[in-house]
Design a protein around this ligand. Structure first.
Ligand code: PEP
Ligand code: MG
Length: 984
């Protein structure tokens, strides 16, 4: 017979902590506390499987449930010596929800169940306190009426207020037994009026009504939203816990309280909590009375005049202190507990791992490890990498009043207030005057960099998590809210409008880049403080990490910041950002509008010294660490002038007429620039550009090599390669420049040449590309864009609908699409390494800073991840956790050499990840037919099986792959304005 109900109490239980999936968190821990011999009121848990059954069977319970509940109730009766529905010695119970993951306040609870017109009298006689009995009864009717019978709670509140005003009292505590009795009668009459039937008097009917309500609350809107936000699967279901009531409101020797075994805000190893004498649980959280502190220390710190529990109930407090120690030793983590004292006797009602701030999490993990309760790997595993953001950026003062305007995407963490400006130039000017500004744009482009840098925060109304604004802001460590689509920006009027609020330039707003919230006015922020525990956890993490962590940086400031955060090199230097400096943009523009190679070379020669000095500075800062420099990537037209003043300046510099320049600009516009003339395609047509950049790099190597006496060996990276021949052409251009610099400077120049893998074709043909490339870096921003055929700049507008309708679980530009994009990464890695065994492989898309994607990179055997400077600590921690998680897989893989996918799924399942995580498909569908049977692979190698090394026929492939198509005819009448690309 299936078992649907698990009992606990009297020093034993049928369940235990490990049965959390079946019993929910609360049920499993009540069982565990019973097993530990702690004073837990007896009860039973109706399992989460009943919830699943209930929803799968048109809200019907399993056939055996009633009998099992009756038996479990009988056990409570036996232990307590009370009877459910007995007028003389009534058993009262609480009915509470309890899912696998804590969902605080999202589902329903009913207390004092079992009270009716007869049992209330029994309770009054037994307790000798009719006031208490009728107070409990009216609370029950109110709670049950609201939660189970769905009578709107304002009806109850109105009657309560009326009763108090009739009596001329303002506090519940001033109500007498007779007052409560009268209110009970009024409540019952009202319920009958509302429902057309009386309030249920039968305790069994009450019990099943409450159980049904708890299951129903799994599907209430609050719970559904909470699950969506916290990625809790609907199929988990909730359990129901039925437990004998104990009363903290039976007199001055009674109390109820909540506590944390350590301080959840700071992590300090001090017992921390609040309690109320003569009160029921909800009174502590409801804020009706001011709670008292648990300890004298807490009382002193809060400057409270009320006595602490340590003073008011010293014996019970001492018992609670013992339980505190016992629970921490047992669970090896901070516990969040609830307790009740009934007539001097302490009862434990709940324990669970305590939620804590990021700072507290660090301190607790380090101190628990130092106390020997956990090992260092566990300590590292306890920290949520994403929570480190809280520590590195300012956050909103939680106590501050806020008026929310709207919410966009949380594109770059941190909170910032400032006056609104709609222009990058103005942002720079205002910041120069010492003002804090928020730059508000429909979207940003590389031209806005100076304004973005000057601003405290950036707000855009369009664009996703890898839009220009998001990527650049993350790199700079600026707060950014992107794609706040409810805002209308009117550049001409210099206003932004949202939900009827018109904010003018110069007025203050606040953005929270960690949540996506936008607030009116200035909201105070609090500065982060990095504790010594942060450094300790980071050092421990580094000792377990296999993958290196590099940074995406191009400015000296970014590079220095990243080094401070522990970056082990630069994985992506986007050289185009260096072109926008006011001192060089005109020369860049001269290069773009040049009529021939000679003119272009002349303009490039002006830019080259700047580039050389930039690179030299980066080499100095990185001090021997690897530096990957990506040659120019964006479509050239991005650098074109926009304003009349820009055109005029360019006209002066080049001697070309304004008409000529505008015609040139028009010619350069593209319908689809992100798929257009960009990346290495630029240098297929204009090799001088990459030649200039290579020269600048090599000269910088020579300079810094001479300064330091140490050879600088850069990694030169070619973007947007689809075909080996493209890379071969670039290799030859660069090699020629290297020879020239060697000859000119006498320096020993050595470098690595590699490519980004950003196109599905490049991933598929990685085997032949690796014949030329010495390293790969997966540009998963573009790879996501090109795999899905989904614009990284425009998709934010509709991805929300995809998530809501479960087409996607997460924005693929934030967390890698493991099934699709991930499979291409795995294919590219394995095919590349099949050709070149020691091929260095990394990732430099935004996913390089996303913990879930980093886990995938570990499983796939990448050598490093690269991310924006402020995400370096997150990546270090996530990479360590990924390596720790991968350990059992390595051990398990050795003797059996199981197929890779199976092995990963096992790791994921054993690591307790959700079933969805087991969908890792990398390695499943490709190269399998050609894998050599019986050939043992090294344990930690990529998931993908090796493809056979095929000798490619490059010329043929190029011809086939790039047929010359006639240019599509453009109809003049329907010509759309060229779409401006937002290349980062
Ligand atoms: C990428 O495409 O993932 C990448 C890192 O390059 P960018 O974002 O500059 O296109
Ligand atoms: Mg790219």
């Amino acid at each position: 017979m299936a078992k649907w109900v698990y009992s606990f109490g009297n020093g034993k239980a049928e369940g235990k902590t490990e049965m959390r999936n079946l019993l929910g968190g609360k049920g499993a821990n009540l069982a565990e506390m019973s097993n530990l011999g702690l004073p837990v009121p007896p009860g039973f848990t109706v399992t989460t499987e009943v919830c699943t059954h209930y929803y799968a069977n048109k809200r019907e319970y399993p056939a055996e449930l009633r009998a099992q509940v009756a038996a479990a109730l009988g056990q409570i009766e036996k232990i307590t010596g009370r009877k459910f529905g007995d007028p003389a010695k009534p058993l009262l119970v609480s009915v509470r929800s309890g899912a696998r993951a804590s969902m605080p306040g999202m589902m329903d609870t009913v207390l004092n169940l079992g009270l009716n017109d007869r049992t209330v009298e029994g309770l009054a006689a037994e307790s000798g306190d009719p006031r208490f009995a009728y107070d409990s009864y009216r609370r029950f009717i109110q709670m049950y009426g609201d939660v189970v019978l769905e009578v709107d709670h304002h009806h109850f509140e109105e009657l309560l207020e009326q009763a108090k005003s009739d009596r001329g009292v303002s506090l519940d505590t001033d109500m007498t037994a007779e007052d409560w009795k009268a209110l009970v009668a009024a409540y019952k009459a009202m319920v009958e009026r509302q429902l057309g039937r009386p309030f249920p008097q039968d305790p069994q009917e009450q019990l099943w009504g409450a159980v049904g309500a708890v299951f129903a609350s799994w599907m209430n809107q609050r719970a559904i939203t909470y699950r969506r936000l916290h990625q809790i699967p609907e199929e988990w279901g909730t359990a129901v816990n039925v437990q004998a009531m104990v009363f903290g409101n039976m007199g001055p020797d009674c109390a109820t309280g909540v506590a944390f075994t350590r301080d959840p805000s700071t992590g300090e190893n001090e017992f921390y909590g609040e309690f109320l004498i003569n009160a029921q649980g909800e009174d502590v959280v409801a804020g009706i009375r001011t709670p008292q502190q648990l300890t004298i220390l807490g009382k002193d710190r809060q400057k409270s005049k009320l006595p602490s529990m340590e003073e008011a109930m010293p014996e019970t407090f001492a018992q609670l202190c013992d339980i505190r120690v016992k629970l921490e030793r047992h669970y090896r983590d901070i516990q969040d507990i609830e307790f009740t004292v009934e007539k001097g006797k302490l009862y434990m009602l709940q324990t669970r791992n305590g939620k804590r701030t990021a700072a507290a999490a660090l301190r607790i993990a380090v101190e628990l490890a130092e106390e020997g309760l956990i090992d260092r790997k566990t300590a590292v595993g306890r920290i949520d990498p994403a929570s480190l953001d809280q520590l590195l950026h300012p956050t909103l003062d939680p106590k501050a009043a806020k008026s929310q305007l709207t919410r966009g995407l949380p594109a770059s963490p941190g909170a910032a207030s400032g006056i609104v400006t709609f222009s990058a130039d103005e942002a720079e000017t205002l910041a120069g005057e010492g003002k804090a500004v928020i730059l508000v744009r429909v979207e940003t482009s590389p031209e806005d960099i100076h304004g973005m840098h000057a601003a405290r925060g950036i707000l855009t109304t369009r664009g996703g998590m890898t839009s220009h604004a998001a990527v650049v802001a993350r790199g700079m460590g600026r707060a950014c809210v992107a794609g706040a689509g409810e805002i209308r920006v009117d550049y001409a009027a210099r206003t932004m409008t949202v939900k009827g609020n018109v904010i003018k330039a110069g007025e203050a707003i606040t953005i929270d880049g960690g949540t996506g919230d936008v607030f009116k006015g200035e909201v105070p922020t609090v500065q982060p403080e990095l504790s010594g525990h942060f450094a300790t956890i980071m050092a421990w993490a580094d000792s377990f990490r296999r993958m290196k962590v590099r940074t995406n940086a191009e400015t000296p400031l970014d590079a220095r910041t990243a080094r401070r955060f522990g970056a082990e090199g630069i994985g992506l230097c986007r050289t185009e950002h260096m072109f926008f400096d006011p001192s060089r943009i005109t020369a860049v523009r001269e290069m773009i509008v040049a009529d021939d190679a000679a003119q272009r070379a002349k303009a490039l020669a002006k830019i080259q010294p700047f580039q050389r000095d930039d690179f030299a500075e980066l080499f100095r800062i990185m001090d021997g660490l690897p530096v990957t420099i990506r040659l120019l990537d964006p479509p050239l037209h991005e650098f074109l002038p926009h304003s009349d003043a820009d055109f005029a300046e360019l006209s002066k510099a080049t001697g070309k007429s304004l008409d000529e320049l505008k015609a040139r600009a028009e010619k350069l516009t593209e319908m689809n620039p992100m798929l257009g003339h960009r990346g290495c395609r630029l240098a297929v047509t204009y090799p001088e550009i990459y030649q200039m950049q290579a020269r600048a790099i090599f000269e910088a190597c020579a300079i810094v090599g001479k300064e330091t006496g140490r050879k600088v060996e850069p990694e030169i990276m070619i973007p947007l390669v689809a075909m080996k021949r493209e890379l071969d052409l670039m290799r030859d251009h660069i090699a020629k420049v290297a020879d020239e610099v060697r000859a000119a400077t006498g320096a020993e120049i050595s470098y690595m040449l590699g490519t980004m893998i950003e196109l599905p074709r490049a991933a598929l043909r990685a085997g032949e590309i690796a014949e030329t490339a010495e390293f790969f870096s997966f540009g998963t921003n573009d790879l996501t864009q090109t795999t899905f055929g989904l614009s990284r700049d425009d998709s934010a507008a509709f991805l929300g609908a995809y998530e809501a309708q479960k087409v996607m679980t997460r924005d693929p530009f934030v967390s890698m699409d493991i099934d699709g994009v991930g499979e291409l990464v795995a294919i590219g890695t394995s095919r590349g390494r099949a050709t070149r065994k020691n091929l260095k492989v990394g990732i430099c898309g935004e996913h390089g800073g996303d913990p879930a994607s980093i886990h995938f990179c570990e499983r796939t055997g990448l050598d490093y991840v690269s991310c924006s400077p402020y995400r370096v600590p997150i990546a270090r921690l996530a990479a360590a956790q990924a390596a720790i998680q991968a350990e059992p897989a390595k051990a398990a893989a050795k003797p059996t050499a199981k197929p890779s996918t199976e092995r990963h799924n096992r790791v994921l399942i054993s690591a307790g990840r959700r079933a969805a995580g087991a969908r890792v498909s990398a390695g499943r569908n490709f190269a399998a037919p050609t894998a050599r049977p019986g050939k043992k692979k090294p344990a930690a190698k990529p998931v993908a099986k090796k493809a056979p090394v095929k000798k490619a026929a490059p010329k043929k492939i190029v011809k086939k792959a790039a047929p010359k198509k006639p240019a599509p005819k453009k109809k003049a009448s329907v010509k759309k304005p060229a779409k401006k690309s937002k290349k980062r």
